[in-house]
Design a protein around this ligand. Structure first.
Ligand code: GDP
Ligand code: MG
Length: 370
């Protein structure tokens, strides 16, 4: 946490400290000239006073993908990315397995089952749907906190024999906070003690009004055990996806998000990534978090080698120099030099952040004012 006193900031800005205090007061902060304020507040003040300075971490060296917006006419429809959430034992894993079983391509893979943090199915109608196999709200929230909003649709699993439980409510809250549309899958409907209607009624208490109750949240009765309702669930996912008009530009250098990563004894660092836009190709030079590398090979969720990965496709990437973190953004760059430059810059930044005690970077930050 970097901080600076109001007096010092005023000095560097060549403004009266009293004027800064007044501005802070307008922003709802009661501080005196000798009190310290954090970097965000300092920046806010600097902006207020019309000094056009930039943060140290500004993208002279780093990649600014937010500024790199794709033109409307380059966008094409992409498959939805779905996360399954719900209370423990309500059948998230079983449902993911059952849905994986509906993949019309899977049979051709010859029984190789690759365990990856995400997989994609091809539906009977030929549509693709990507599922993130990271059941657990912690993973979802952690990714979101790292700025990785990869989920387009949440499927909330509620066991019809158990009803709304603490983690169901937690999942509802996380989904609402993320602003992601939800589909309710009422699971275990094969059980004789199942009471799906009670689930719908209890959901009302959490402001989830499902279609059956004349609301607009889609719901479907399923059984991961018998396969009941799975086709209908997929239909509803596709319908929701259509409403969202999910699009990405496939014809550009790729950007992807790390879903999970590990160090494999034989293969080295392995990262499962989900392509957000562009098409990731074997041979691409990349930066991911503080690591860099070149795509040596890519495997799909069936363990098959693939040469290209378009938007919404999850692939395992080989060839990264180290193990990145879940939620890290992978970006393709045009040269190894650029990749090294960005990754070493990021490493320096990370080290600086860890060891930051003195407001050294504030000095740099305000040097532009001199
Ligand atoms: P998770 O903790 O949400 O991932 O739940 P699991 O998928 O591990 O399922 C918990 C238990 O419920 C397991 O014993 C499953 O076999 C069982 N189960 C899951 N789905 C169904 C279902 O649709 N019907 C029945 N009868 N049992 C199910
Ligand atoms: Mg599970």
């Amino acid at each position: 946490p970097e901080a600076i006193t109001v007096a010092e900031l005023a000095n560097r800005m060549a403004e009266k400290a009293a004027d800064l205090v007044k501005s802070l007061f307008k922003l709802g902060m009661m501080v005196t000239v000798n009190q310290t304020i954090d970097q965000d507040t300092a920046e806010l003040l600097v902006e207020e006073f019309g000094h056009n300075i930039q943060r140290v971490s500004d993208n002279d060296v780093d990649i600014d993908s937010a500024a790199d917006v794709d033109a409307e006419d380059t966008l094409q429809a992409r498959p939805p990315v779905v996360t399954i959430m719900g209370h423990v034992d309500h059948g998230k894993t079983s449902l993911l397995d059952a849905l994986r079983g509906t993949d019309v391509v899977r049979g051709e893979a010859g029984g190789i089952t690759q365990h990856m943090g995400a997989y994609q199915i091809k539906t009977k109608g030929g549509d693709l749907v990507t599922f993130l196999d990271t059941p657990g709200h912690a993973a979802f929230t952690q990714m979101r906190m790292r700025g990785a909003n990869v989920t387009d649709i949440v499927v909330l699993v509620v066991a019809a024999d158990d009803g709304i439980m603490p983690q169901t409510i937690e999942a509802i809250n996380h989904t609402k906070a993320a602003g992601v549309p939800m589909i309710v899958a009422i699971n275990k409907c094969d059980k004789h003690e199942a009471n799906p209607q009670k689930v719908r009624e209890r959901l009302l208490e959490h402001e989830i009004v499902v279609e059956e109750m004349s609301g607009d949240v889609q719901d479907v009765e399923v059984s991961a055990k018998t396969g009941k309702g799975l086709d209908e669930l997929i239909e509803k996912i596709l319908l929701q996806a259509e409403l969202l008009e999910l699009k990405a530009n496939p014809d550009r250098e790729a950007e992807a998000t790390v879903i999970e990563a590990k160090l494999d004894k034989g293969k080295g660092p392995l990262a499962t990534v989900l392509v957000n836009r562009g098409t990731l190709k074997v041979g691409d030079i990349l930066v991911v978090g503080t690591e860099s590398g070149r795509v040596r090979a890519m495997l799909d969720d069936k363990g098959r080698q693939v040469k290209v990965a378009p938007p919404s496709m999850p692939v395992e990437v080989l060839g990264i120099g180290g193990v990145p973190m879940a939620g890290d953004k992978l970006t393709v760059v045009d040269s190894e030099q650029r990749a090294r430059e960005v990754s070493s810059w990021r490493q320096e930044q990370a080290t600086a952040k860890r060891t930051a005690t003195a407001p050294a970077s504030l000095d740099t930050m305000f040097s532009a004012l001199a």
